[in-house]
Design a protein. Structure first.
Length: 556
């Protein structure tokens, strides 16, 4: 079976080039050529008219000069037209001296008395002489027996002023055209030089555009732009592009959501839009590193920044809030499991002790033992609920006391503590207390006489929280940096990075118009103080009318 004949290849047609370099170069060359041709045409058109006008006035001046000579008038009246006559001799002398093409003297009938071609003497002129014979002066470009010429005609008068004839002078138009053509080479040289400079500039500009566009076609650039816009606004990571001055070039939808910005943020400086803070420092590159943690509002963000060749940068943002919440819950669950394991062991020991007392029939000692164990837990719960009336915060402190006891740390409520059940944002205060107690517990564990003291007092509607521990304390040079996102003295947990709890504490306090500070305790260790203005509702405000609580959760 024979193979099918090959498909004939269609000839490739020359069309508009696709590369940006070629298109820009051709467009600029076309513009430069068009401008050169237009400028040349605009120069040549008035030059040609000017040369024609000069030729016509020169012919008129020669005719006037010839008509002013009295011997020509006298010879015209006294002799007959002849090739060797005085009129012909005078006219030829004028023609040769002025370089004119012809000098024709005619009588009132239009009969020639002079002409360069002597055979035409005595014959009527080929053009209408009536206007000159009527006393007018005529200039123009005419076609006569000697071809196309610039002509000037004037009347010829006798001594008394009567018109006896006319003088017609012509300058060959070829001489005018020759002057024009003589000027063209110089003009074209200038035009060619301008075109060469324009072509060189067009080539340089096109090369620069080629490097900047990576030699792509305009259609490719348009498609890439459309694809970029679709991709940026569809991905679930925030993307922020900055120029070399720190101004926002683009901001996708996810970045607007994570940073709490509107679409009008594009084109404005990042420092102006976000304000001072760690998020701004990370995005602008003042803080460098990979997978940098920062807090924006109630969100925990993971930021990475990549510089670009033009001095700007592209930063990506990922929302780690849910992941941090899950990590916190994992840590809490692990801590709870450890506490339950310890409690199970302790509970088994107590049951064995109680069983031994019962087997030894030491019933009174068994009753005292049970009363002592139960009473200790009851005393702690009663002590907390007596001074802290908010159920969420009281439950947190009771639970933290149990965990602290398992780790060998005593958690006590400071004297003078009294918190009514009128909290505006109970969950927000739970976040603050939980983070501070956890940090204090980590610091105090293992120290001599390990203790944590929590104090809550009110001043009008302001709540002042103090958490003191017996740990090593915080060096004075770190009193501010300890509230920075990512700063921590703890070991890295399994789920990610630390250094967010205290940052969230300060952020929540400042969002309510308060403050969070740390200082050295008088007995040693660290003492954290959080002031929360307007944290209590008015006494007559019902629970149903209170504002919605914050959704910020505990983050280790």
């Amino acid at each position: 079976m024979s193979a099918p004949p090959p498909t004939p290849r269609r000839p490739r047609r020359l069309g508009w080039p696709q590369r940006v370099f070629s298109q820009v170069l051709l467009i600029q060359l076309a513009i430069a050529t068009g401008v050169t041709v237009l400028a040349t045409g605009l120069f040549l058109a008035p030059l040609s008219a000017q040369l024609d006008d000069e030729a016509m006035h020169r012919a008129l001046a020669i005719a006037q000069s010839a008509a002013a000579q009295p011997q020509i008038t006298a010879s015209l009246l006294a002799t007959a037209p002849a090739a060797g006559g005085p009129v012909q001799s005078a006219a030829e002398r004028i023609r040769r001296s002025t370089g004119a093409e012809y000098v024709v003297v005619m009588d009132r009938r239009g009969v020639r008395w002079s002409h360069p071609d002597t055979g035409r003497i005595g014959k009527v002129v080929s053009t209408d002489p009536s206007e000159a014979l009527a006393g007018g002066e005529v200039v123009g470009i005419d076609s006569g027996t000697l071809g196309r010429s610039a002509r000037g005609k004037v009347p010829l008068r006798d001594g008394s002023g009567h018109i006896v004839g006319a003088v017609s002078v012509g300058i060959a138009y070829d001489s005018v055209r020759a002057r024009l053509l003589a000027a063209i080479p110089g003009l074209l040289a200038y035009a060619g030089g301008a075109l060469a400079v324009g072509a060189l500039a067009a080539w340089l500009i096109s090369r620069r555009i080629q490097r900047q566009t990576h030699d792509l076609a305009f259609s490719d650039i348009s498609a890439l732009l459309a694809e970029r816009e679709a991709m940026l606004h569809s991905i679930r990571e925030g993307v922020v592009a900055l120029d070399r001055t720190g101004r926002i070039r683009l901001l996708n939808d996810e970045a607007q959501r994570l940073l709490g910005l509107g679409p009008d943020a594009a084109g404005r400086p990042l420092d102006e839009v976000l304000g001072p803070g760690r998020t701004t420092d990370v995005l602008t590159g003042r803080v460098v590193g990979d997978d940098l943690l920062t807090v924006r509002g109630s969100r925990v963000l993971l930021a990475n920044r990549m510089p670009t060749a033009d001095g700007g940068a592209v930063a990506t943002l990922r929302d780690r809030t849910e992941l941090e919440h899950l990590g916190r819950e994992l840590d809490s669950t692990r801590g709870l499991i450890d506490a339950l394991r310890a409690q199970d062991h302790e509970h088994a020991n107590r049951l064995h002790t109680l069983l031994g007392l019962l087997e030894l029939e030491m019933h009174e000692d068994a009753m005292e033992f049970v009363t002592e164990v139960v009473g200790g837990h009851r005393a702690t719960a009663e002590q907390v609920t007596e001074k802290v009336h908010d159920p969420l915060l009281a439950a947190l402190l009771v639970g933290k006391a149990t965990v602290a006891a398992e780790r060998g740390v005593a958690l006590r409520i400071a004297s003078g503590t009294l918190l009514p059940d009128r909290l505006v944002d109970a969950r927000g205060l739970v976040t603050v207390v939980g983070n501070l107690v956890d940090n204090a517990l980590d610091a105090a564990a293992g120290s001599n006489g390990a203790v944590i003291e929590v104090g809550l007092r009110t001043d009008g509607r302001t709540v002042v929280l103090r958490v003191r521990d017996s740990g090593p304390g915080v060096p004075p040079e770190h009193h501010e940096s300890i509230f920075t996102e990512g700063w921590s003295t703890k070991e890295l947990p399994a789920h990610g990075k630390r250094g967010l709890g205290l940052a969230l504490v300060r952020r929540l306090a400042e969002r309510q118009g308060g403050s969070a500070t740390v200082d050295s305790a008088a007995e040693g260790g660290a003492e954290f103080t959080v002031v929360l203005p307007e944290a209590l509702a008015e006494p007559n405000l019902t629970a149903a009318a209170r504002p919605e609580p914050s959704i910020v959760g505990e983050v280790q």
